[in-house]
Design a protein around this ligand. Sequence first.
Ligand code: NAD
Length: 297
Amino acid sequence: MTAQLINGEALANKIREELHKEVQTLKRNGKIPHLVAVQVGKNPASEVYIRSQSKLCEEIDIRYTLEDLPEGLSEKDLIAHIEGLNSNPSITGVILQMPLPKGINAQRVQSSISPLKDVEGMNLASMGQLVYGKARLAPCTAMAVIELIKSSVVETRGMEATIIGRSAIVGKPVALLLLDLNVTPTICHTATRDMTLHTKRADILVAAAGKAGLLRGDMIKPGAVVIDVGINKVPEFDAEGKPVLDKKGKQKMKIVGDVNFQEAKEVASFITPVPGGVGPVTVAMLLRNAVEAAKMV
Ligand code: NAD
């Protein structure tokens, strides 16, 4: 069998079109979505991310403001700043750019964002609401996984799912969200004794370990839906197994997921590529949260 590719870019485009329409309706009703991104110190990696956030917000007509705070800011002052954003009614969403400078506890700062404005769905209150099946703002990657599953499976009731990875931002919230879809989830992690035992019986497989090629074809039940969350940078080789070099003679790197794609696509019914699967939908979920947050003000 050759699996059908789940096109994350296409799904993300569709979601963004819907959000654009929703934003127009919100604006007609006097609700103006305004997302504020807080960055502490300069970081070249987050610059790219910020530019893309800003462009995507503009596309769906959400106002986006970047606040550049000085590198030496203390955690206390950063939290005080965020509390100011929380109490400003013209700001509907707050996003904290990572990484934060050393010495600042990211989880504490994240949890100082009002649960009503926490567009990344990562503070403690948002996580708690997940347990009750009532999260309006859930972690973006976990929601992206659910959207991708829903785009390929009509009825999830009674299905078995295995998730590889137990992190707070991916593995655990995916399991909780799957429970709401009447799925029976199992989470595998580094201490799991026999991972294949669990992956082999799963109708839905979610790989989120951050280990290139961890999920092999012979670990997959024929016809399973495979969602690859992993992002791993690995050296690139040509068809003859020789390293691919760049202009400076340095070995080129490429991005791959946690799934051995070539093997998995022969066994699965649906599969997400990396890149172009979970990534773009995660960004679309951030925008969806920004729209949801604007409704809650
Ligand atoms: P993490 O390091 O916090 O958690 C990884 C989890 O995988 C851990 O719970 C660990 O127990 C488990 N694990 C690691 N090696 C394992 C192994 N050999 N067998 C079984 N379990 C194993 O990572 P994370 O933040 O959850 O991210 C996971 C991956 O997803 C990373 O590659 C990350 O870059 C990627 N990611 C992608 C997106 C996206 O938008 N596409 C978003 C977030 C994370």
